[in-house]
Ligand binder design. Structure first.
Ligand SMILES: NC(=O)c1ccc[n+]([C@@H]2O[C@H](COP(=O)([O-])OP(=O)(O)OC[C@H]3O[C@@H](n4cnc5c(N)ncnc54)[C@H](OP(=O)(O)O)[C@@H]3O)[C@@H](O)[C@H]2O)c1
Length: 260
């Protein structure tokens, strides 16, 4: 039986970027938080910053590419009897380059975080969230989910997986009083690009959205119960336009963009 009194929102990848901005919004609206990322110092600093909202914040410095660390999340919530009513699967990494040039270890890490951890956390928490009849699951994909991505093949494929999984779960549980959503941002000004080895031209930098704006739109649409959240008019147009293009053309455009 779920104890309805103290509930938490668990956010992965909450130390920087979109996850950090989402954490601020959830805390502002009086949601208790469990923040997950590897960097303990950054998590502590986020916790200190958000303490002004008078919510309970717990931090878990863990590596989501490691199976035992994910088990540690489950152990933590079970031992401490913490109820999660909202799960935000935001942590994600990218790889960049021709498929043969990217080392398997990097691709494996990407699959472990973007796909395996997200699925395992969803599998564990969804039944509890359904039981709560409140809250929901917010998975972070990308506009990359809508087409194939030459020179970022595994990343685009991982985000297509996230979108497909989220849509399927939405259909199964949409009448259970919970929210299930997939955030699909276009390029965002965070450390993601640099870590993935993507060098943006000055022209391309103009199209980067601020993480704060992305999180604000996402948070509002998530609370409205929207399934697919695409922040920004340009990104929406791009996704709609892509639906009318033959896949062979859209992947050529992505290749050209990713070669620049
Ligand atoms: N930025 C973009 O252009 C863009 C566009 C579309 C979609 N997205 C998606 O948005 C999500 C957030 O990315 P972002 O742009 O905010 O990037 P970011 O600033 O690099 O943030 C990524 C977050 O994930 C955490 N993380 C990375 N590896 C981890 C691991 N092994 N275990 C636990 N946490 C880990 C990082 O913290 P630690 O390093 O402390 O672990 C950080 O908090 C990702 O899923 C990304 O694919 C980003």
């Amino acid at each position: 039986m779920i104890n309805n009194e103290i509930r938490y929102t668990l956010i992965t990848g909450a130390s920087t970027g979109i996850g950090y901005e989402l954490a601020k919004l959830f805390a502002r609206d009086k949601n208790n938080l469990i923040l997950v990322a590897r960097n303990k110092i950054k998590l502590e600093s986020v916790k200190n910053e958000l303490s002004k909202y008078n919510v309970d914040i717990k931090i878990l410095a863990l590596d989501l590419s490691k199976s035992e660390d994910i088990q540690n999340i489950f152990n933590y919530v079970e031992i401490n009897k913490v109820n999660i009513d909202t799960l935000v699967n935001n942590a994600g990494i990218g790889t960049f380059g021709d498929f043969n040039d990217i080392h398997w270890k990097k691709e494996e890490e990407l699959i472990d975080i973007n796909i395996k951890a997200l699925t395992r956390l969803t599998k564990y928490f969804l039944p509890k969230i359904v039981e709560c009849k409140n809250g929901g699951i917010l998975n972070v994909a990308s506009t990359a989910a809508f087409c194939s991505g030459p020179r970022m093949a595994t990343y685009y494929a991982s985000k297509a997986y996230v979108l497909n999984l989220t849509e399927a779960i939405y259909e199964e549980y949409k009448n259970d009083g919970i929210k299930i959503a997939c955030l699909c941002p276009g390029p965002v000004k965070t450390s993601f690009q640099g870590k993935a080895g993507i060098k943006k031209s000055e022209a391309a930098k103009k199209y980067l959205m601020d993480a704060e704006e992305v999180a604000r739109i996402c948070y509002k649409d998530f609370n409205k119960g929207k399934l697919i959240i695409i922040p920004g008019k340009k990104n929406k147009l791009l996704v709609i336009g892509n639906k009318f293009l033959p896949r062979s053309i859209s992947r050529k455009i992505v290749l050209k963009t990713n070669r620049k």
